[in-house]
Each structure stands twice: as C-alpha cells, then as structure tokens.
Design a protein around this ligand. Structure first.
Ligand code: CAA
Length: 259
C-alpha cells in the first residue's frame, strides 16, 4: 500500500514499524495523516502474521507535535467537533482497541495529538530528549483526541489537571516518574528498546495478548470522549481560539481576552 506521509517497514516477519513522515511540520497530524494511519493500522491488525507494531516519528526532533494547527485554525465549531470525533474513531480509539499491541517509541516532542496518540497506544517508551505535554489551552482549545480522558488514567487526575491547565511540557525523566512512559533510553537505543519489548510480547500467545488488551481496556469508561469532542467543538466558537491559533502561526504571544 502506498502512503504519502508514512513509512511502513517490516522489521521482521512479525514486527512492523510505522514512521510518521512529515518532519518539516514535526509530524503534525492532519486529516490525511490520520486517514493513512488508520489504513496502515487496519492492514496490520488484519494481517495475522503481524504480532506487534511500533509507532515513531521521522527525524530526531519530534514523535508528533500535535494535530495540525494550520489545518483547523479556520474551522467552525461543527467542523471542530467533527475533526475530534473522526480522529477518535479512525485513530485514537481505534489504536486503543486493537488486538495487535502498539508501542509508541517517543523520539522527541509528543505534544497535543502526539501525546494523545502515545496515550492511546498500549506501551510508551521515550528517548532522553523527549518532551511531552498537552498545550491546547495555550491555543484557546482543549485536547480533542482523548487527552482529557486518557492522561488522567495514566498519571492521575491531579497531575493530568496540572499538565492540561498549565499547558507546560514535561521531560522524559518526569514522564517516567509520573508513570507516563515505561522506560527512558538514549535516542540511538530507542528503536532497539521498543523492538526488545515487542519481542517479549511476541513470544506469548497472540490471541491471549489481544484478549488481555481488551480486558484491560474494559476497566475504563469511554463516555467522556464524546463530551470531550463536544467541548473541543465549543472552544472553536471563542475569540480566544482565533487569537491563540493566529498567535502560533505568527510566532507571537497570544493576547487572550476571555471571550
Ligand atoms: N501544527 C502545524 N504545524 C506545526 C505544528 C502543529 N501542531 N507543530 C509544529 N509545526 C510546524 C511549525 O509551524 C513550523 O512550520 P514552518 O517552518 O512552516 O513555520 C515547523 O513545524 C517547525 O516548528 P517550529 O519552527 O515551531 O519548531 P521549534 O523547534 O521552534 O518548536 C515546538 C517546536 C515547541 C514543538 C513548536 O513547533 C510547537 O509549539 N508546536 C505546536 C505544539 C502544539 O501546540 N500542539 C498541539 C496542537 S493542537 C492539538 O493537538 C489539538 C487536539 O488535541 C486535537
């Protein structure tokens, strides 16, 4: 299958590496990338030979720097809500529910939708230079790809609230302390480390691995995701959303008025 924004490579008969390849935009997720990721992950899930998938970003700077701000900055509230709902369906909730385990190898910035993709993955390993955060409120919007729900599950409500409301990034060490990532390794060892974890999983019974993922997920209630999409769309009606996204593109500080 041909992809414009992905490099899909089999590292062995059973292990696939999917690299998001938009390095000039720090691998930001526009709708085309999300659609391609859905196709690639669906192909991996349907292929009984593939027993694990590693997700990474191309280049040394970013895993994924978020949803593509330039794509959604002029959207209406309805379009914003739809962006969130479709992204959840095609990628974030889709990854979480896959029976083929997905490991996020976080090789740099994992911000907004990038951290949300890592949070939806089954396992996260970070390189020492990785930085993670949900900076959406600094743009006048909220996390819309599951971050308000999944971050709290991983690190607890208090820390999640602090990360989301301050919009601050944390480094890989802090992410490890918080239990957000399972391991932190030098960048040059990141892929090897993800492969090692995948190999440990692939020694086990594939059907049981898939059922275990489903059973672990069963503990969590997904009803908050629709509320998140509704509120994500609502934020698009604010003047602060226009100001925050314009300030990002114009590389200046936003002047929020609370309207
Ligand atoms: N969307 C679109 N373009 C992005 C982007 C994004 N999320 N992140 C980076 N880029 C683009 C930049 O605009 C820039 O493009 P140009 O060269 O054409 O100007 C290019 O990638 C390189 O980025 P920078 O020059 O900004 O690189 P830097 O090293 O100075 O800064 C950074 C790196 C701190 C990650 C900074 O790029 C940044 O803050 N990015 C945005 C992070 C963010 O706010 N993410 C959340 C997005 S909203 C979201 O994800 C919503 C949701 O939940 C659904």
């Amino acid at each position: 299958m041909a992809y414009k924004n992905l490099i899909v490579k089999n590292l062995s008969d059973r292990l696939q590496l999917i690299t998001i390849n938009r390095p000039k935009q720090l691998n930001a997720l526009n709708r085309e990338v999300i659609g391609e990721l859905h196709r690639a992950l669906n192909a991996a899930e349907s292929d009984t030979n593939i027993r694990a998938v590693i997700l990474m970003g191309s280049g040394e700077k970013a895993f994924v720097a978020g949803a593509d701000i330039k794509e959604f900055m002029h959207f209406t509230p309805e379009e914003g809500k739809k962006l969130s709902e479709e992204g959840q369906r095609l990628l974030f909730s889709y990854v979480e529910k896959m029976h083929t385990p997905v490991i996020a190898a976080i090789n740099g910035y994992a911000l907004g939708g990038g951290l949300e993709l890592a949070l939806a993955s089954h396992i996260r390993i970070a390189s020492e230079n990785a930085k993670m955060g949900l900076p959406e409120v600094s743009l006048g919007v909220i996390p819309g790809y599951g971050g308000t729900q999944r971050l709290a599950r991983h690190i607890g409500k208090g820390r999640a609230m602090e990360m989301i409301l301050t919009a601050k990034m944390i480094d890989a060490r802090k992410a490890y302390e918080y239990g957000l990532v399972s391991d932190v390794v030098p960048l040059e060892k990141l892929l090897d480390s993800a492969v090692e974890t995948a190999e440990a999983i692939m020694k086990n019974a594939p059907v049981a691995v898939g059922l275990a993922i489903e059973a672990v997920n069963a503990a969590y209630d997904d009803s908050g995701l629709q509320k998140e999409s509704d509120l994500f769309g609502q934020a698009f009606a604010s003047e602060d959303f226009r100001e925050g996204t314009a300030a990002f593109v114009e590389r200046r500080k936003a002047n929020f008025t609370g309207k």
